[in-house]
Design a protein around this ligand. Structure first.
Ligand code: GLA
Length: 378
């Protein structure tokens, strides 16, 4: 176990579920691993490559062990892990706290220790642990504590990505249970509504989010454009992806990509690799942003403190019209008489502007404006 612990920063990676659902196999994983390295995702911080549900046979073997489906993974999971590791990536897999996974494959209820051993033997570095088919008579907290303990018993650092969809307010206890992240909502789908619902529901819980245990607002849908397993509502626009990625980064939560990296448009790739946004997400202090201003139609501006003494000022317009989004710097604590202005650098364009007292940009419908802000003498 690393002395400093796992997940000092929000975990970053890729997960198979959003695009591929049950249609996974080792070729997809190998090709995704290649892309993650060759196209700069690993370098940008995306290190975990995670296989979600539907990887196993429907029955355990004679020793009670989970078995990888030999049609999907003909070389076995150890070989998949070895390929992923040889690329410099970390390898993630999936099981469930209930008796079956959500897609009906065998899961780890009362098999926690033997399954943790199997994952450790295969070389797993990350375990997403879901919540379907969890017996009503069993205690949720006990079973998440148990899998955390079973993973630790393996003496291999395995990040526990708990996924109980917000049941029993995991932000209040999952950190104590030993997990490094906890899914706090139901499943994302590729729609602007889903993105905004998740963000709005979790904003009040961000004070609990922080180093070593992160609020997982679900895998990203950036770049899916209506294709794939959770893209059943027609897909999102680039403006909506900016808002999605911008909110996840502003909130300092895990960034797990969900699109097909072998077929990603340049705009989405640039967004997912945006260095400024990733640095905001990964800021060591992971402070929650607070609202400077908001309206009933969802328009809002935020300020977030960063560890280098700068700030983020972010303006979102989820309304249906292009509209002004306001901010009065007085509400961030900056009184005019102090003699400072804010120098704002647009994280998307690099454009630099200087403002005193307020900034009220016109933001296109469903889009955002995000700036790194620095105090400068007037
Ligand atoms: C649940 C989870 C999803 C995904 C599926 C797999 O719905 O919340 O993220 O893992 O199960 O079946």
């Amino acid at each position: 176990m690393k002395a400093e612990g796992l997940a000092a920063r929000p975990p970053m990676g890729w997960n198979s579920w959003n695009t591929f659902g049950p249609h996974i196999n080792e070729r997809l994983i190998f090709e995704t691993a290649d892309r993650m390295v060759d196209e700069g995702y690993l370098e940008a911080g995306y290190e975990y490559l995670v296989i979600d549900d539907c990887w196993s046979l429907k029955e355990r073997d004679a020793n009670g062990r989970l078995v990888a489906d030999p049609e999907k993974f003909p070389h076995g999971m150890k070989a998949v892990a070895a390929y992923v590791h040889a690329k410099g990536l970390k390898f993630g897999m999936y099981s469930c706290a209930g008796t079956l996974t959500c897609a009906g494959y065998p899961a780890s209820f009362d098999h926690e220790f033997i399954d943790a051993e199997t994952f450790a033997e295969w070389g797993v570095d990350f375990l997403k642990y879901d919540f379907c088919y969890f017996p009503r008579t069993a205690d949720c907290k006990t079973h998440y504590r148990r899998i955390a303990m079973a993973l630790k018993a393996c003496r291999r650092p395995i990040l526990l990505s708990a996924c109980n969809w917000g049941v029993e307010e995991p932000w209040t206890w999952m950190q104590g249970a030993g997990a490094q992240m906890y899914r706090s909502t139901g499943d994302i789908n590729e729609s602007f509504r889903s993105i905004m619902d998740i963000a709005d529901s979790q904003e009040p819980n961000l004070a609990y989010n922080g180093p070593y245990c992160w609020n997982d607002m679900d895998m990203l849908v950036v770049g899916m454009y209506g294709k794939g397993n959770v893209a059943f509502t027609g897909g999102c626009t680039d403006a909506e992806y900016r808002t999605h990625f911008g909110l996840w980064c502003l909130f300092s939560v895990p960034l797990m990509m969900g699109a097909d990296l072998r077929d990603l448009r340049a705009e989405s790739k640039a967004l997912l690799l945006n260095k400024e946004l990733i640095a905001i997400d990964q800021d060591p202090e992971a402070r929650a942003p607070y609202r400077l201003w908001d309206e009933k139609d969802g328009r809002r501006s935020y300020c977030k403190h960063l560890s280098d003494g700068t700030y983020v000022l972010a303006y979102f317009n989820p309304s249906e019209q292009d509209a002004q989004v306001n901010s009065n710097f007085e509400d961030a604590g900056l009184q005019f008489s102090a003699g400072y202005a804010l120098e704002l650098t647009d994280v998307f364009t690099g454009e630099v502007i200087r403002r005193t007292e307020y900034y009220n940009p016109i933001v296109p419908s469903h889009d955002c404006r995000i700036y790194k802000a620095r105090l400068v003498r007037r």
